[in-house]
Structures are given as structure tokens and as C-alpha cells.
Unconditional design. Structure first.
Length: 127
């Protein structure tokens, strides 16, 4: 559902936001302050935590966080958490009105990350 993220980026640009920024400083290395689409890296602990702050126009403040929890030597759990601090009534209306779309987008995001990780792990063990 990348097209939905891009659509959100175009809408953001129209209303005066940063829009969808493609490209990164480095393809794999993320540092605090780096941009990632319309997010800014706020906290990073390699292999453990990544917290992104939304820079898009929103009626509130939003963060997207990923945590990795080691289960065993070969298994980890990836936890995706969304935080939203609405500003006023419109912030609450925005969040709950778009909840179904957010759910789809974020479910797709975590599934793609997991799939990519599994492929990467499979490729590295088959070499």
C-alpha cells in the first residue's frame, strides 16, 4: 500500500507540509535527525529501537516506534507502536475517522518489514 503513503505525502504537500521525501542519507544506517519519508528519526538503538516523529501536517503530534525483542537465538518479536497526541476536538475526529486506514497502512508496514527481514535472514544463511 505504498501508494497510500505517497497519496498522504501529496496531500501533506498541498496543505503546506513537508510531503513525501524519498531518498535517505544512507541506505541502511539511520541516525537521530535523519529524515525518512515524512518522518524524522527521534531515537535509534540498533537492533532494539527506532522511534520516528511525524513531520507531516497533523492536528496533533504523532510518533511511530519499532522495538525488537529477542525471543531466542533465532527468533525475535517486532513491536510496532503508534502514538498520537491530538490537538483539540479536530485531532480526535481526525484520528478516529482515519483509524481504519491507519490500521491497514500500519499492518502492511509491519508485514513488509517482517517479510523483508525473513528474506534477508534466509539470504544470509544460504550463502
Amino acid at each position: 500500500m505504498n501508494w497510500l503513503w505517497r497519496l498522504r505525502g501529496y496531500i501533506d504537500r498541498i496543505v503546506g507540509g513537508v510531503g513525501y521525501r524519498s531518498g535517505r542519507r544512507h541506505p541502511k544506517d539511520l541516525r537521530v535527525g535523519d529524515t525518512l519519508d515524512f518522518w524524522r528519526v527521534e531515537s535509534v538503538s540498533p537492533g532494539k529501537l527506532l522511534r520516528l516523529r511525524a513531520e507531516m501536517k497533523l492536528p496533533g503530534n504523532g510518533w511511530l516506534q519499532f522495538e525488537s525483542e529477542k525471543i531466542s537465538e533465532t527468533t525475535s518479536r517486532l513491536i510496532q507502536t503508534v502514538f498520537f497526541a491530538p490537538k483539540g476536538l479536530f485531532g480526535f475526529i481526525y484520528w478516529y475517522a482515519l483509524y481504519p486506514i491507519h490500521s491497514l497502512l500500519l499492518q502492511g508496514t509491519i508485514s513488509n518489514i517482517a517479510r523483508s527481514s525473513e528474506l534477508s535472514d534466509h539470504q544470509s544463511t544460504s550463502r
